[in-house]
Design a protein around this ligand. Sequence first.
Ligand code: NPW
Ligand code: K
Length: 464
Amino acid sequence: MLRAHLIDDVRRAEAAAMAHLPDGALMQRAAAGLAAAVLDVLGRAYGSRVLLLVGPGDNGGDALWAGARLAGRGVAVEALLLADRVHEAGLAALHAAGGRSTRDLDDLHDAPDLLVDGIVGIGGRPGLRPEAVAALEAYADVPVVAVDVPSGVDVDTGRLEGPHVRAALTVTFGTHKVAHLVDPASTASGALHLVDLDLDLIGGPAVEALQPDDVRGLLPRPGLDAQKYTRGVVGVRAGSSTYPGAALLAVSGANTGLVGMVRYVGPAHVADTVRTAHPEVVGAGRVQAWVVGPGGGDDAATMLAEARRDGVPVVVDADALGHLDEAAADWVLTPHAGELAAMLGAEREAVEAAPLEHARDAARRWGCTVLLKGHHTLVAAPDGRVRVTTTGVPWLATAGAGDVLAGLVGALLASGLEPHDAASVGSWLHGAAATQAAAGGPLTASRVAVQIPQVVRETLAGLG
Ligand SMILES: NC(=O)C1=CN([C@@H]2O[C@H](COP(=O)(O)OP(=O)(O)OC[C@H]3O[C@@H](n4cnc5c(N)ncnc54)[C@H](OP(=O)(O)O)[C@@H]3O)[C@@H](O)[C@H]2O)[C@@H](O)CC1
Ligand SMILES: [K+]
């Protein structure tokens, strides 16, 4: 599991570690990891130029100490000091290793190959000062390696308020931070590299992200005595004359082999289309979970009421979300930002600016799991736990992808996974299938569904 902690928990763990380590030991570990990561990106030391952007705190100290190590390896290192006072020992080390420093942007002539953002780390407030903005603008085309976090982001919430660094790579220390994983700040972090500081993090993670091993441990697999009914049956109530395709896509997400049987209940001509494409699918009967809403149109309220009557877990998606008055603890709601905004009486922009906060609010308010779709989809439980999905590609933002996801999550619920696991494993598989199916190019929702068994196969085999 990849875990992200809040600043206070990192500070506590840092203080505990420092109590029994020599002065500056943690910063040296951080700087060594940072220098190694920068060298990896540069590919060679001699002939490479690096510019450090150095703020007033220890984040700048990390950059300066790493700069000293890089200068010692033959990299031409310059530091632009963006504060009256910077980390003194780090600056002295940089100078001793042959690096230069200046406070004036105009002193810098040759464009660097790489910027190292040591402006602020976990002690920073959101936004950047004008000197930092000017430096970043002067080298707008140069890739940035961020130290700990991209400066300017709100580290504990993932919000973006005001100017901030856009990193190609973020080298972070001890544990991940919320801003690395949660939108919109996750888009400013770039690739992530964690330098282990051997910290003893006592507080639980604020956010976590499933890794292939976690998914392998959670995936349902049939026992030797399995029958179709013991593996779980999922029912789909979706589609209408206007949107027959949504039913087809939801069924294709449900019918990927993770349950023993799939039922479809809906308008007769839609049912014919569904069964032509999926001859395995049967009609009404007992199920262990329902998927309700994709393409349901005006009938979505009735679909939801009928599903509720069975007392089994329900995935509430799309049109059904607008008819939700109350939910049971084993339900999963799967809104996108616009749908969640309508459910909470908020503006869509507000949800997009703070998806973590809104997903948590919604999970508390309905007392069930809420899966908020986005670049990094969030799965929030009513007790505050949140998982974020880091699989997937931007091409996945395509019509019908949500219908496939709803079907898949429903199948996992029917197979017996608890709602938080069903939603987060479903989202992980959906993203991984999209990445494989896209193979660097465009994709359609149908292709995502087709790819799911292959992703399951590889994950079970430990190839993920
Ligand atoms: N924790 C760990 O385990 C380890 C931590 N380590 C490293 O330490 C980093 C944290 O260092 P830190 O605490 O010194 O704070 P840091 O982020 O450098 O800056 C705070 C200063 O910036 C200022 N300031 C605030 N906002 C600003 C803004 N927007 N723009 C400009 N300035 C702003 C503010 O001054 P103020 O304006 O309040 O007077 C304050 O003085 C951490 O991220 C990691 O890199 C590693 O070395 C080892 C292990
Ligand atoms: K930084």
